[in-house]
Structure formats: structure tokens, C-alpha cells
Design a protein around this ligand. Structure first.
Ligand code: C5P
Length: 220
């Protein structure tokens, strides 16, 4: 068939993972969660006792990490050296350290290369989401979307996702501080040329999926 690469970027708490996964299901496409790869490298570094401020060591860890992840929207798993880390990479300790890997340019270069290979391996029918998919990983994607939401909506959604047990301060740390750190190397706050912005602040899950599919069908 014709290539259909749908690139979706956005800040944390924008709902991009669950939305992208559902859009992939509806399109019978593969799904790539690039954030899971940054998280997997971060977990590997933490377990190996690597100093996350040592960019040479972090880059080497990214280059040698044996990461496998599901590219089916219907099953979620991530493995490092064959070990299941699906839940471990979502731990708060990983979330609060992942920006250190994401801001190591050599590590980014390696993960971008791998992501581009995974997109090619999908047969170019895929929904890929992250922070730099529309701009760096797949700037020539058939569909490029920036999924945004107000700060208030993002904090509320991430709070619900984490089971409603976090304090407001902890949530802010996890959402806003991480976005601020990530923003030093990738711009996912404003849409690049040719990228369609969808603001999901006042949309529910179904409405947001429909808005993304509208962009897909109107641009292909
Ligand atoms: O999407 P998620 O919140 O799981 O991403 C985790 C982290 O991975 C982000 O906070 C960011 O540091 C990094 N990331 C990135 N570029 C991507 C995807 C994720 O830098 N394309």
C-alpha cells in the first residue's frame, strides 16, 4: 500500500500515547512509542550505576542497549536484554531522570537512528509519537500533528493516570519540570511548518481520536 506515517508530538500529559495507540488501531497501522526507548536507556544506565551527567558514558549506553519493544497497538511490552521492563520504565525514578538521557545529544542521535529504522521496518504504515517525530525522526511523514493541551488539563490527566495519589507539587515536578528540561533540546511546544496543532484541552478521548483521524483523512 501507499506509505502512511503519522507523526505525533506533544508534551507530557497531552494524552499522546493513548491517543496514538488508538489511532494506530483504527488505521490498522503499527505503533511506536519513542519515549519508551528513552526510558529504557535511562533504566539501563541507572541499573548499571552510570552517572547520567557523564555524556560519553550515556551515549555509549544508548549505543549498546539491547532494547526491544512492541510495535503492535494491541500489546504493550518493552524489553531490555530480554528482560521485561514494561512497568519498571514508568517508575517515578525513571520519569525524573529521563531528561538527562534525552538531553545527551549522542544518545538522541542513536535513538533517532533506531527509530527511523523501526519506521522503515514497519513497511511505512505506522503511528509514531514522541517529542521530535514531526521535526527530526520523520519530518517527511504524510501526516504531522502536534497534540497540545493546557497546563491544567495536562496536570489533571497525568494525576488520573498515576492513580490520583500524587500531590500537586509532585505532579508539577513530573509534568512541568520534565517538559522544561526536555525543551532545551527539542521544541514540542509550538508546531513546526506544515504541522497541524490539535488542542485537546476541551476534547474527551473519543473527540481527540476523531480530530486526529480527521487530519489523517484530510491530508491523505
Ligand atoms: O513520552 P514519554 O513521557 O514517555 O517520554 C519520556 C521522555 O523521553 C520525555 O520526557 C523526553 O525526555 C524523552 N523523549 C524525547 N524524545 C522523544 C520521546 C521522548 O526526548 N521523541
Amino acid at each position: 500500500g501507499k506509505p502512511l506515517v503519522v507523526a505525533i508530538d506533544g508534551p507530557s500529559g497531552s494524552g499522546k500515547s493513548s491517543i496514538s495507540r488508538e489511532v494506530a488501531r483504527r488505521l490498522h497501522a503499527a505503533y511506536l512509542d519513542t519515549g519508551a526507548m528513552y526510558r529504557a536507556v535511562t533504566l539501563s544506565c541507572m541499573e548499571a550505576g552510570i552517572d547520567l551527567t557523564d555524556s560519553v558514558a550515556v551515549e555509549a549506553a544508548a549505543e549498546t542497549a539491547d532494547i526491544a519493544l512492541s510495535m503492535s497497538p494491541n500489546e504493550e511490552w518493552v524489553r531490555v536484554s530480554g528482560r521485561d521492563v514494561t512497568d519498571a520504565i514508568r517508575e517515578p525514578s525513571v520519569s525524573s531522570s529521563v531528561s538527562a538521557v534525552a538531553t545527551t545529544l549522542g544518545a538522541r542521535a542513536e535513538l533517532v537512528r533506531r527509530q527511523q529504522q523501526l519506521i522503515r521496518d514497519s513497511g511505512l504504515r505506522i503511528v509514531a509519537e514522541g517529542r521530535d517525530i514531526t521535526t527530526v525522526v520523520a519530518p517527511h511523514a504524510e501526516v504531522r500533528i502536534l497534540l497540545t493541551a493546557s497546563e491544567e488539563a495536562r496536570l489533571r490527566r497525568r494525576g488520573i493516570q498515576l492513580g490520583g495519589t500524587q500531590s500537586a507539587a509532585a505532579l508539577k515536578e513530573q509534568v512541568l519540570v520534565r517538559d522544561a528540561k526536555d525543551s532545551t533540546v527539542v521544541d514540542f511546544q509550538q508546531a513546526a511548518d506544515g504541522v497541524t496543532t490539535i488542542d485537546s484541552s476541551d476534547l474527551d478521548f473519543e473527540e481527540t481520536v476523531a480530530a486526529v483521524l480527521d487530519v489523517v483523512f484530510s491530508s491523505t
